[in-house]
Design a protein around this ligand. Structure first.
Ligand code: SF4
Ligand code: SF4
Length: 296
């Protein structure tokens, strides 16, 4: 079991499969706790975007460790798990009369000035974040709202209009992101165990990846619950998977003329497996791989 499952899962559920972890009012049951959490949401969104460009923020190990120990955390999951996460999130937003929206990647915005809509937020934090001015929708509209300009949207939000991303739209987006070769992360942004977003990213832009691999704070993004394994007898060496791994776990060995996957490097994203036209790559539960079972 990973740290988050030990702390926030239960015997039958991983932390991101547990419905309660998507319910703001379950995790913050009284009014005082809710108000405190809402203030933290506002502070997070007020600080985050500009801080991604601040070297003191993205390379300060102590600061990042403190953040990781105060409710920031995420984990890589496969596309199949991501679709499950979306279904649980959809149930939760309906139950709490909240919303699910697609938003841009704040990391890429800061690094390149590009708004790439590859994140989905849900629940109270995203509702509130839109109200405080962080969330934006794509101009040409991925939602049934029809792609309103943000200024109009903000006016409408004040009047109580909801801007939901439908579950089916979210599922289609996940398929598209998988085809683009983006890995999937499920996350809390300061309120663990409250699960409030998914991100679909890559190594060049992902601040959570950088916080782990460059700044040495692994809790920012834990390895996933699965590890890739190739069946050499089934692999036809077509090369489709060779450029899919962004973690240095998979390579083609000219010596053995086989695809080689190092389970100690595998983050469990599943991108290689879904790229393989021959189903030669299986995703095996991490606990079944002795050398990788305690590597999170
Ligand atoms: S080996 Fe496959 S599943 Fe593992 S990290 Fe690389 S692409 Fe992802
Ligand atoms: S995509 Fe599948 S069949 Fe092709 S090289 Fe990779 S493992 Fe082998």
């Amino acid at each position: 079991m990973c740290h988050w499952c030990n702390q926030h899962g239960d015997r039958d559920h991983k932390w991101y499969d547990k419905a309660e972890n998507y319910l703001f009012e379950k995790i913050f049951p009284d009014e005082a706790a809710q108000e405190e959490a809402k203030d933290k949401v506002k502070a997070t969104f007020a600080e985050t975007e500009w801080r991604y460009s601040d070297p003191e923020f993205i390379r300060n190990k102590e600061f990042l460790q403190n953040r990781a120990h105060s409710g920031f955390g995420s984990q890589i999951i496969t596309k199949e798990e991501m679709l499950r996460v979306l279904r649980v999130a959809d149930e939760a937003v309906k139950r709490e009369d909240s919303i699910m929206v697609v938003g841009h990647c704040p990391c890429r915005l800061v690094y390149e000035g590009v708004r790439d809509y590859v994140c989905i937020g849900f629940g109270m934090p995203v509702t509130l974040s839109m109200e405080v001015g962080y969330g934006r929708l794509p101009k040409d509209g991925l939602t049934e709202y029809g792609g309103a300009e943000w200024s109009q949207l903000r006016r409408d939000l004040r009047k109580g209009v909801k801007v939901p991303l439908q579950l089916e739209e979210a599922e289609e987006l996940v398929d598209e992101w998988e085809r683009r070769g983006l890995w999937h992360i499920v996350m809390s942004r300061g309120r663990l165990p409250l699960i409030e977003a998914i991100c679909n990213c890559e190594r060049r832009y992902c601040t959570y990846w950088m916080n782990r691999f460059r700044s040495g704070v692994p809790e920012y993004v834990l390895k996933g619950h699965f590890v890739a394994r190739v069946g050499p007898a089934v692999c036809v060496r077509c090369g489709e998977c060779w450029d899919k791994c962004q973690f240095g776990a998979l390579h083609y060995s000219a010596t053995s003329d086989n695809v080689d996957i190092d389970p100690t490097f595998c983050m469990g994203c599943g991108l290689c497996a879904s790229a393989c036209p021959n189903d030669a790559i299986e995703m095996i539960p991490r606990e079944e791989i002795p050398i990788a079972k305690d590597l999170w």
